[in-house]
Write a protein that binds this ligand. Structure first.
Ligand code: C2E
Ligand code: MG
Ligand code: MG
Ligand code: MG
Length: 285
C-alpha cells in the first residue's frame, strides 16, 4: 500500500540519516587523533607573477590522509573542525608547519611569500597577536612574508573585536588577503574598515574567461577597483593559456592554478622549484 511504501521510505531516510550521523561521529573521532597520528599534511600551491612567470608565493592547503578513506578534501573536514573547535589546534599547526617549511625555502634563497587560510573561528580559539608572534619567532619567519587569507563572510561580522583581531595582525606586518573574492556578500564598504592588502578573485569568474563577456567585465572591474585601492590581486583557478593571456592583458598581477601546478607536497614542490622561471625569483637573502 501507499501507506506502507511511505513508511518504508521514511524508514529508509531515517536509516540514511542515522548512517550519516554515525559517519559524521566517526569522522569527528578520527579527526581528533589525526594530528598526533601524523595524518595531516600541508600541501603547497605556487602563486605566479603573470608577467615574468616567476614563482612569487605559495599557498598552504591542508590535506588529511585518512588511513581507510584516503585523502579527504579540506572542504569536507574543515567545516567539521570548525564546528567542533578542533580548527583552533589544527589551524595553529598549519601555521607553524608552513612557516617552518617556507622559512627553509626563503633561507635557501627563494624569495617567496607564504599564504595561509584563516578560519574566523580561530578568533575565539586561541589565535591572537601573542600566539602568532610566538609562532613567527619560533620558526624565524618574518611577518612581512606571511599573508593570512580570510573570507568575505568573516568581514560581515563587523564587530569591533573582529576588526581589532585582524588589525593586530596587520600592525605586526602580516598582510591580509580576501579569498574567493566576489562570491560572498560583497558589501564593499568593508574594504575601508579592514586593513586588506590583497584580493583573490574566485575561480568562478576565471573558469569561463574568454567565453563569457560578463565574467570578463567583472574581472576587469575587480582589477581596476583593486588598483585604485592599491590592493594586489591574485586570480585563482587559472587552468588554460587562454585565461592566462586574458589576465595578462588585464594587468592581473598574480595568478594561481592547475596551469602552473596543483597543490603538491613540500618535497614535490622543491623538486619543481627550478622548473619555474627563475629570473627575479632566486635572490640572495
Ligand atoms: P581556497 O583557499 O580558496 O583554496 C583554493 C582551492 O582551489 C584549493 O582547494 C585548490 O586545490 C583549488 N584549486 C587551485 N587551483 C585550481 C584550479 O586551477 N582548478 C580547480 N578546479 N581548483 C583549483 P582545496 O585544497 O581542496 O581547498 C579547499 C578549501 O579548503 C580552501 O579554498 C580553503 O578555504 C580550505 N582550506 C584548505 N586548507 C585550509 C587550512 O589550513 N585552514 C583553513 N581554515 N581552511 C583551509
Ligand atoms: Mg585560500
Ligand atoms: Mg580561494
Ligand atoms: Mg575556497
Amino acid at each position: 500500500s501507499a501507506k506502507q511504501a511511505g513508511r518504508n521510505r521514511y524508514q529508509f531516510f531515517s536509516e540514511q540519516l542515522q548512517e550519516d550521523a554515525n559517519s559524521m561521529m566517526e569522522m569527528e573521532q578520527d579527526l581528533r587523533v589525526s594530528l598526533e597520528q601524523k595524518q595531516l599534511e600541508v600541501y603547497y600551491q605556487p602563486i605566479i607573477d603573470s608577467r615574468t612567470l616567476c614563482l612569487v608565493g605559495v599557498e598552504a592547503l591542508l590535506r588529511w590522509n585518512h588511513p581507510i578513506h584516503g585523502i579527504i578534501s579540506p572542504d569536507r573536514f574543515i567545516p567539521l573542525a570548525e564546528d567542533t573547535g578542533m580548527i583552533g589546534v589544527i589551524g595553529q599547526w598549519v601555521l607553524e608547519t608552513a612557516c617552518q617549511q617556507a622559512g627553509q625555502w626563503i633561507t635557501k634563497g627563494y624569495n617567496l611569500y607564504l599564504s595561509v587560510n584563516l578560519s574566523g573561528r580561530q578568533k575565539s580559539l586561541g589565535l591572537d597577536e601573542a600566539v602568532l608572534r610566538r609562532i613567527l619567532e619560533s620558526t624565524a619567519f618574518r611577518p612581512e612574508n606571511l599573508v593570512l587569507e580570510i573570507t568575505e563572510g568573516m568581514l560581515l561580522d563587523n564587530s569591533h573585536s573582529t576588526i581589532e583581531w585582524l588589525t593586530s595582525f596587520s600592525r605586526m606586518g602580516v598582510q591580509l588577503a580576501i579569498d574567493d573574492f566576489g562570491t560572498g556578500y560583497s558589501a564593499l564598504s568593508y574594504l575601508k574598515r579592514f586593513p586588506i592588502d590583497i584580493l583573490k578573485i574566485d575561480r568562478e569568474f576565471i573558469r569561463e574567461l574568454g567565453h563569457n563577456t560578463q565574467d570578463m567585465l567583472v574581472v576587469k572591474a575587480i582589477i581596476s577597483m583593486a588598483k585604485s585601492l592599491k590592493l594586489r590581486i591574485v586570480a585563482e583557478g587559472v587552468e588554460t593559456d587562454e585565461q592566462l593571456t586574458i589576465l595578462q592583458s588585464l594587468n592581473c598581477e598574480f595568478v594561481q592554478g592547475y596551469l602552473f601546478s596543483k597543490p603538491v607536497t613540500a618535497h614535490e614542490l622543491e623538486k619543481s622549484f627550478d622548473g619555474f622561471n627563475q629570473g627575479a625569483t632566486k635572490q640572495p637573502v
